[in-house]
Design a protein around this ligand. Sequence first.
Ligand SMILES: Nc1ncnc2c1ncn2[C@@H]1O[C@H](COP(=O)(O)OP(=O)(O)OP(=O)(O)O)[C@@H](O)[C@H]1O
Length: 129
Amino acid sequence: MLKNGVFFFVDRCRLFSFVIEEEFHTRLGIANWELRFSNLEPPLSGDIIEALSQSNFGFSTPVQAATIPLLCRYKDIAVDAATGSGKTLAFVLPLVEILRTSTSYPPKPHQVMGVIISPTRELSTQAKR
Ligand SMILES: Nc1ncnc2c1ncn2[C@@H]1O[C@H](COP(=O)(O)OP(=O)(O)OP(=O)(O)O)[C@@H](O)[C@H]1O
């Protein structure tokens, strides 16, 4: 269990989940729970940072700081975190980042480039927004 109550159950091997926890604790110590989106590694695209900034989203939440860099490195992860902790942006931002750098970007009309599976209509609506 991490300091903020977020649990990580991570992909193909148990060792990898330790790496995430260590990294996350280190980040908490350095950045005091707040990391600028523009400081995440690997870096997000400039226009994504700009769009976040225009929405007054300058700092990532802890769950975003822990997961966005891993997802942008194509790691498979599962996260269980509190309601309202910012999980939606945590998976949407890497998805957009990866799609934008994919060879088939920009997409053709009606081309499916990603799939988000939600267990309820409410969550689907939230992800769409
Ligand atoms: N980095 C951020 N800075 C400021 N606000 C944020 C940030 N990330 C998310 N938010 C806002 O926090 C609120 C909750 O985020 P979100 O709905 O993604 O949480 P969640 O963990 O997915 O919640 P749920 O468990 O209900 O699906 C939303 O209004 C969202 O716009």
